[in-house]
Design a binder for this molecule. Structure first.
Ligand code: DAH
Length: 333
């Protein structure tokens, strides 16, 4: 039995020497020392030996066990060291590679245009302003020189809330919020959603997007306004774009204008603008004898339709991914 144990030990040590990897080492160890291992098999027969031989067999079995365990540990350490030694070769990562990209998403064409317009105005030194979608009557109408009995209220079909608030029909009420904040001079744009109670068709949607601009300072003139408006359209549609100003009526400006742009041979109305009406300045807590300003407003949806030659505004809110996937230009998500 002593010889058998020595043979098993030698056999195991030789197998460990030849083991190709950590798994092979574990297999050798459990094949010898595991519950069903060959050494256990031998020791199970220890009861058949005369008593005085048993101690020696036990001792030798322990020696064999320790020798094999020790050899196995050394092999495992060697494998580990070898793996770590060439880690730089086998498991290196190029941390400068772009990350895994899920792809597929992109910004809505309206959002893309909003950002573009935002960038242009930020570049001209304007700040961004914001206001609530649910607006009170004073901000949406009265303070903008549109009193309750004024026919101009009918120009905009309004969603009225039960508490007499409205879904803002334009971004112009943000003008008042900025003026009331009390910091002068003012140079802001607000880009956001507006809502009209319209029968929808190819050019009318109940929810759309406007840009509102307001500049208030001393001695502001139509020339300043014209410069800013023209710069915007040139940035968006090219330096050689042709524009013109036409007188127009908006209650919150005096004089009021519409700016048209020449597009494929026709004049298109694009921007409402004018010098801020003294009543509006006063409502905003600004002294019209000291300060003057210009304001302007235009639709984002319209610009996107022009740029891509779209014929129906209802695509924007339609939620059809086949439509939206055509506009992956711009910043990917
Ligand atoms: N609020 C107007 C509208 O929704 C657009 C507009 C026109 C805004 C002239 C202005 C402006 O600030 O001066 O149709």
């Amino acid at each position: 039995m002593l010889d058998t144990i020595r043979d098993l030990e030698q056999e195991a040590l030789a197998a460990l020497d030849g083991a190709a990897d950590a798994d092979a080492v574990h297999a050798v160890v459990s094949g010898l020392l595991g519950k069903k291992g060959r050494l256990q098999g031998v020791l199970r027969q220890i009861g058949t030996l005369p008593k005085d031989e048993r101690a020696e067999v036990g001792r030798l079995a322990n020696v064999a066990k320790r020798a094999v365990e020790e050899a196995a540990r050394k092999r495992l350490d060697a494998f580990q060291a070898a793996r770590e030694a060439d880690l730089g070769e086998t498991e290196w990562v190029d941390a400068t590679l772009p990350g895994a990209c899920r792809g597929g998403g992109s910004f809505h064409p309206i959002s893309q245009m909003c950002r573009e317009v935002e960038d242009i105005f930020l570049g001209m030194g304007f700040d961004l302003a914001d206001g609530p979608w649910v607006e009170d009557e004073w901000h949406n109408f009265d303070a903008l020189n549109i009193p309750a009995d004024h026919p101009a209220r009918d120009l905009q079909d309004t969603f009225w809330m039960e508490d007499s608030n409205v879904l803002r029909t334009h971004t112009s009420p943000v003008q008042l919020r900025v003026m009331k904040a009390g910091r002068l001079p003012i140079r802001v744009v607000c880009i956001g959603r507006v809502f009209r109670n319209e029968a929808t068709d190819a050019t009318h949607e109940h929810t759309f997007h406007q840009v509102e601009g307001l500049l208030v300072d001393r001695e502001v003139s139509v020339a300043h306004m014209l410069y800013v408006m023209r710069s915007l359209l040139q940035e968006l549609f090219g330096k050689d774009i042709e524009v013109r100003l036409r007188p127009a009526y908006f209650p919150f400006v005096e004089p009021g204008f519409e700016m048209d742009m020449r597009w494929r041979g026709a004049w298109l109305e694009l921007v409402g603008c004018g010098l801020v009406h003294p009543n509006v300045l006063r409502a905003g807590g600004i002294e019209p004898d000291v300060y003057s300003g210009f304001a302007f407003g235009f639709g984002i949806d319209r610009l996107v339709m022009l740029r891509y030659g779209l014929d129906d505004i209802r695509h924007f809110m339609g939620g059809d991914l086949r439509f939206l996937r055509q506009f992956t230009r711009g910043v990917e998500l």
